[in-house]
Design a protein around this ligand. Sequence first.
Ligand SMILES: NC(=O)C1=CN([C@@H]2O[C@H](COP(=O)(O)OP(=O)(O)OC[C@H]3O[C@@H](n4cnc5c(N)ncnc54)[C@H](O)[C@@H]3O)[C@@H](O)[C@H]2O)C=CC1
Ligand SMILES: CC(C)c1ccc(C(=O)O)c(O)c1O
Length: 253
Amino acid sequence: MKLQDSVIAITGGGQGLGRAMAEYLAAKGARLALIDLMPEKLAEAAEACKLAGSDAKTYVCNVAKEEDVEQTFEAIVRDFGQLNGLVNNAGILRDGLMVKGEDDQIVKRMELSQWQAVIDVNLTGVFLCGREASTQMIKNGDQGVIINIASISRAGNMGQSNYSAAKAGVSALVPVWAKELARYDIRCMGIAPGFIETEMTASMKPEALEKMTAGIPLKRMGKPEEIASAAAFIFENDYMSGRMIEVDGALRL
Ligand SMILES: NC(=O)C1=CN([C@@H]2O[C@H](COP(=O)(O)OP(=O)(O)OC[C@H]3O[C@@H](n4cnc5c(N)ncnc54)[C@H](O)[C@@H]3O)[C@@H](O)[C@H]2O)C=CC1
Ligand SMILES: CC(C)c1ccc(C(=O)O)c(O)c1O
């Protein structure tokens, strides 16, 4: 798929990896539909896309709410007249051990609400956006690509029952959608990033950062642009579908 003039929706496009992907794809001529909960962050990200040389519109939407997602994707096609890509990137963390022995007691450390919040956004949100984006692409007869952003945590990371389960789930959806949607000229791929430099990691204590990077074979965190260039590669290569690309500096959990 040519990125020039294609219309790509990015969830969680207001900051972090979502914004980095938006700016990168904008510089390659893609037109962006940025979806997020935070209107101020969306406005800043859209401005950055315009500075990068392209068009961007913003949509305030909770990806975990069916009605929000339906209205958003209808609005995107109304505004742009087409939809060629979706990056399912919005995600949250609510880490905690499942249970812990404390004194003589076993304490439940991960609340059901903590589990459900992550499943709602990171798994159900991906399903809802994938379903609505593909519905609009098919209705409109648009060639399309869906990219699910997973994580190396999909392999199972301590303290992340909720997050690992959701990321394993969105990885499993990749071959399912690749098979179901191929007949409509829609491809589906996933990216599983390792530790990437973001505002969150920038605010970590230097000792903690050093300890974390020491465990990465390439001895550094990834850069947001390295995730963005993987996304661009997927959009531009029409024979890629149904697979995960791991961008993690060779780290295995
Ligand atoms: N930063 C990292 O090192 C890694 C990140 N990832 C994944 O990459 C993706 C992006 O991560 P970051 O940029 O670091 O996160 P971030 O927290 O900086 O940005 C996430 C964005 O998603 C939005 N968002 C959250 N819940 C939402 C909802 N219900 N509806 C709409 N928007 C919502 C937030 O407002 C925010 O703008 C996530 O899926 C994360 O799991 C995976 C591996 C490593
Ligand atoms: C444990 C993995 C690599 C990880 C680390 C940090 C974030 C984040 O800040 O959002 C993630 O989403 C992760 O998957």
